[in-house]
Design a binder for this molecule. Structure first.
Ligand code: SF4
Length: 278
């Protein structure tokens, strides 16, 4: 299991998934600003080198974030946290990953510790999504506690304002996850989880799908462009997830992900079989 999680981490940091590459290529094809085209060309070269040489596509290998959906009948529940931690330690030494975990009080670097989000599920399988999250894009994340009257127009304004404030800092073209509803903490978690959906795929609810499309168009009309130097593509995609809300609250979590949108998934069956994919 440790080996499989190690391999999934390696896949995530060295190979940008096909959905992301496809949308980067489309952005390159439609771009006519020479600087933006050059930036996209270099991004695509980095993607290619990472895949070919099996080396990280960016020096910042991020805070390695795990979303674990743990089947309550899985025989591996007791050990999974320990195995994730040891696989990440091994990955840090062998791939290698940049040690990115600091003690807040002492600033001492302790290597790489995982951030794990747990969810219990029916059945005997454990499903894990791995999302290495770079610091530059994470720094642009934001929470907007809107009034219910502001509603979806308010969401649009909050997201567009944040995109403008951040400019080139999150290494665009970005993917933006938006979580609406719940509570302050839950909206942000929903926003981060939204990033796991395939790039280029709209939400299954037509109203949310329409909102995602409109927001993407508005963001790309700003002209920040690849690496913040101007151009047609500031965002590759926008992903919106919703949940129920309190009558007095309209929380909106906004999470940025850079062009190096690294992700991998694995499923551990009760018989120990492991399936890894992107
Ligand atoms: S934001 Fe992303 S692309 Fe930029 S330095 Fe960090 S990990 Fe690399």
């Amino acid at each position: 299991m440790e080996r499989a999680i190690f391999e999934a981490i390696k896949l995530a940091v060295t190979k940008i998934p096909d959905d992301v590459v496809k949308s980067l290529r489309e952005a390159y094809e439609k771009e006519d600003n020479p600087v933006a085209k050059f930036n996209l060309e270099n991004i695509l070269k980095a993607v290619e080198i990472g895949k070919r040489e099996r080396i990280p596509v960016c020096q910042d290998t991020g805070t390695v974030t795990f979303f674990v959906e743990a089947g309550i009948k899985s025989p591996y529940l007791r050990e999974i946290e320990e195995v994730i931690t040891s696989a990440l330690e091994k990955a840090t030494k062998e791939i290698p990953l940049r040690p990115n975990t600091l003690d807040v009080l002492t600033n001492k670097n302790v290597g790489n510790l995982p951030i794990i989000h747990w969810e219990l599920a029916k059945g005997d399988k454990i499903r894990i999504a791995i999302l290495p999250k770079g610091g530059g894009s994470e720094n642009c994340s934001a929470l907007a506690m809107l009034t219910p009257a502001e509603s979806f127009e308010g969401v649009k304004r909050a997201v567009v304002d944040r995109v403008k404030e951040c400019g080139g800092k999150p290494c665009p073209p970005v993917i933006i996850g938006i979580g609406i509803g719940g509570s302050a903490d839950f909206a942000l978690k929903l926003a981060k989880k939204a990033l796991l959906r395939p790039v280029g795929e709209r939400h299954k609810d037509k109203r949310i799908a329409k909102f995602e499309g409109e927001l993407l168009e508005e963001i790309n009309s700003i002209g920040i462009g690849p690496m913040g130097m101007g151009g047609k593509t500031t965002a590759l995609d926008v992903k919106v997830e919703i949940t129920y809300r309190h009558p007095a609250s309209f929380p909106v979590g906004i999470v940025f992900q850079c062009w190096a949108h690294r992700k991998a998934f694995l499923e551990i069956s009760a018989n120990g079989e492991v399936r890894v994919w992107q």
